[in-house]
Design a protein around this ligand. Structure first.
Ligand SMILES: *Cc1c(COP(=O)(O)O)cnc(C)c1O
Length: 227
């Protein structure tokens, strides 16, 4: 695959994001995480060439394999589920977006303490109630947020969520507003929670209108996923 149109696509997405910020009125700044899963290391280098500095992968092994092959220094985001026995691999990522259970939170925290530096994470929230999607419901988060303050090895910088694929705009707005509430629950409990990682290729403009600070974009930048 050639990534010759990538710079144009990044420009297009960037101007759509600016327009969505203006419409939404949250006045936030928005970071693009380019999701390179299924694409080779050349996609990462192409993204860098187009001005992207943050790259997302949903699987540890695929990500670390690519890290060893790329030519440019990008910040890596782990946006997918992590097994508890792999918490050490978080050392190679800037931000882990999918803290989705208390047991994982404890394992990540223990690792942060062991290495002497907190692990930066986002709490994944389930805004759709779908059982196939991981993450905390806001009621659970209300019950857990204070206890999460005792996890000395993690720094909870905000929340990540995924909306339902087939939602219309009204449903999307409602779902993203739930994620905003989740961030509020965390910051009220004392976490430095400022980030809202939400919005993918099909819904990022609505997400930005609703306050997203990080959008995770794959297909709209790179085209259909390779298998
Ligand atoms: C694959 C993936 C994305 C990007 O999806 P696109 O629809 O291709 O933009 C975003 N977030 C997560 C968690 C993903 O797994």
């Amino acid at each position: 695959m050639s990534y010759s149109e990538l710079a144009e696509r990044v420009n297009e997405v960037t101007s759509r994001i600016s327009a969505a910020v203006a419409r939404g009125g949250h006045a936030q700044s928005v970071r693009i995480v380019a999701v390179t899963k299924t694409h080779g290391p050349e996609a990462v280098d192409a993204a860098w060439g187009a001005g992207i500095r943050d790259v997302g992968e949903n699987k540890v092994q695929e990500a670390t394999g690519k890290m060893d092959q790329v030519h440019h220094q990008v910040s890596w985001h782990l946006i997918g589920h992590l097994q508890r026995n792999k918490v050490k691999s978080l050392d190679r990522f800037t931000l882990f977006h999918a803290l989705d259970s208390a047991r994982l939170a404890e394992a990540v925290s223990r690792h942060g303490i062991d290495r002497g530096r907190q692990v930066d994470v986002l709490v994944q929230v389930n805004v759709t109630g779908e059982e196939t999607k991981g993450g905390y419901a806001n009621e659970e988060l209300r019950a857990e947020a204070e206890r999460m303050m005792t996890l000395e090895g993690v720094r909870i910088l905000g929340v990540m969520t995924m909306a339902r694929h087939e939602s219309d705009e009204t449903q999307l707005r409602a779902a993203f507003a739930v994620a905003r509430d989740a961030r509020q629950i965390l910051s009220a409990a004392g976490h430095p929670a400022t980030e809202l990682s939400m919005g993918m290729s099909g819904d990022y403009e609505v997400a930005v209108q609703e306050g997203a600070t990080i959008v995770r974009l794959g297909t709209t930048l790179f085209g259909a996923r390779e298998t």
